[in-house]
Design a protein around this ligand. Structure first.
Ligand code: SF4
Length: 484
């Protein structure tokens, strides 16, 4: 939407047709006939799918094999801000950061290289990573003022409008700085849209879209400085709302009641851990007692279903920490909830976080801990979804990967097979030692592949946070909360 707001730019969405071609929805143009092919990549396990799209769309996947006249292939998104190195072999350049304030520069950059594929002139754009020019400091681009930034008020909606939620980003970035969280670090600083601007967007959006529900997007919606007023406004307008990421531990009875009235049937909370010491160490600081008291308030406010997110396999985690997940869930069930859905994921080391140097736990150990968690959960009212530890290990390899990983990505992409087995075969073929990338603890003074990306946070700060993690010392904001 943003790029299409420029007069001379036409952006279309490409999909597979039933005949297996890749064509755009809007004009039916074949993928390979576009000037530029741009991917937004959020997730490591999608790397090979993006490359597979190029192959099946008739585009040379390796940048060195493309010639003048071929499309320019670019990528952006959180996975690229994190670490674009494993994808360097395929993309002509990467946009590192948030686009709004830099859209004009981005278009200009494409125009400069479109004809001749000579990327040297792009050096002046400090937020672009251009693999053919080698590595230099790349500064993450970020949008300074969300109130002034472009907002897509016309959105794509299904034919059955009742299924449609208008997507409304109320804030970006998060100030909590949980030590494991990629989004919390790469999208700093935290920024919010003012209530006035949010109301304006909703009013304008109504003239383009038919909707009764808004989906409030933010890393921690409850952090919005005018959150309560926003809830009241939506209620007065007769709208419903959903909250994909709420940080509901910050809410009390009245707000929880309003959220219920806005149509949310399930309260979602992500304590991540169920023991006090780990809650402090990871910096999320939702202690088991906080989780229980929120669950009680929410129950009184009318919620009968809960969804909870947990992690396990965190460095330094003890057996009793893992067992405490089941104990906490059982205590919450006793409050009276009809059902609790659990989503449980092994911890995965992510670049640019204070835990980037830590190795992921061994697969056997993760499997053993998974059994401990299950053994401690009682009753049929709990539904558990475990993220496959084998996939989590592949994700860790790709997240902390370097240029050696690209051969494995290509192997998987060519075969169009994304199973764990296919990835293992690919790593074997590419001589990638999984343990070296996923399980190794990296010395603090070792140069990291993603060090050249400047996300605006110093390495000294990350090291201090890493030390505090090992001392079990909570970040300042947690300590303030605990004493408030
Ligand atoms: S509150 Fe959520 S989004 Fe923010 S840093 Fe913590 S885990 Fe990440």
């Amino acid at each position: 939407f943003l790029l299409n707001s420029f007069d001379h730019v036409f952006v279309e969405r490409c999909v597979f047709t039933p005949r297996g071609e890749i064509r755009s929805i809007e004009t039916g143009t074949l993928l390979k006939d576009f000037d530029v092919i741009a991917f937004s990549i959020s997730y490591e396990l999608d790397y090979a799918r993006a490359i597979n799209m190029l192959i099946r769309g008739g585009v040379e996947p390796r940048r060195k094999d493309r010639e003048a006249g071929d499309p320019i292939i670019v990528a952006g998104g959180p996975a690229i801000i994190q670490n674009p190195i494993p994808l360097e072999e395929f993309f002509d350049f990467f946009f590192v950061g948030e686009l709004e304030d830099y859209a004009e520069d981005f278009i200009q950059a494409i125009e400069e290289v479109k004809e001749k594929r000579d990327f040297r002139s792009l050096e002046k754009y400090e937020f672009l990573h251009i693999p053919s020019l080698g590595r230099r400091k790349v500064k993450k681009a970020f949008t300074r003022n969300l109130n002034e930034a472009f907002y897509p008020v016309r959105q794509i909606q299904p034919l059955e409008w009742k299924d449609f939620s208008f997507l409304l980003e109320i804030g970006r970035g998060c100030g909590w700085g949980c030590r494991f969280c990629l989004a919390g670090f790469i999208y700093r600083p935290p920024r919010f849209r003012s209530l006035r601007r949010i109301m304006e967007i909703i009013e304008i959006a109504k003239s383009f879209n038919k909707f009764k529900k808004v989906c409030l997007i933010s890393f921690a919606a409850a952090d919005h400085p005018e959150f309560r007023k926003l809830l009241e406004y939506l209620f007065e307008k007769g709208l419903q709302a959903s909250f994909p990421s709420l940080r509901s531990d910050l809410l009390r009875y009245e707000e929880l009641g309003l959220i219920k009235k806005l149509g949310e049937r399930t309260l979602t909370i992500a304590p991540e851990v169920a023991s006090e010491n780990l809650a402090l160490a990871i910096g999320k600081c939702i202690s088991p007692s906080v989780t229980e008291s929120v669950a009680e308030e929410a129950y009184k406010a009318g919620f009968k279903q809960m969804k909870m997110y947990f992690m396990y396999g965190i460095p330094g985690e003890r057996e009793e920490d893992v067992a405490s997940i089941g104990n906490l869930v059982n205590r919450i069930l006793r409050i009276g909830y009809n059902g609790i859905r659990l989503s449980i994921t092994p911890w995965i080391p992510k670049p640019h976080t204070p835990l980037q140097w830590e190795g992921q736990e061994d697969l056997k150990e993760l499997m053993r801990k998974r059994k401990i968690i299950l053994k401690n959960l009682r009753g049929g009212r709990v539904r558990v979804t475990f993220f496959n530890p084998k996939k989590a290990r592949i994700e860790a390899v790709l997240a902390r990967g370097d240029e050696n990983i690209s051969r494995a990505i290509l192997y998987v992409a060519i075969r169009n097979n994304y199973t764990v087995g296919a990835w293992h075969k690919a790593f074997q073929e590419a001589n990638v030692d999984i343990k070296e990338y996923a399980n190794r603890s990296i010395p603090l003074d070792e140069e990291l592949p993603w060090d050249f990306i400047d996300i605006g946070i110093s390495k000294e700060f990350l090291v201090r946070e890493w030390e505090n993690f090992h001392k079990g010392k909570a970040p300042l904001h947690c300590r303030l909360r605990l004493f408030s």
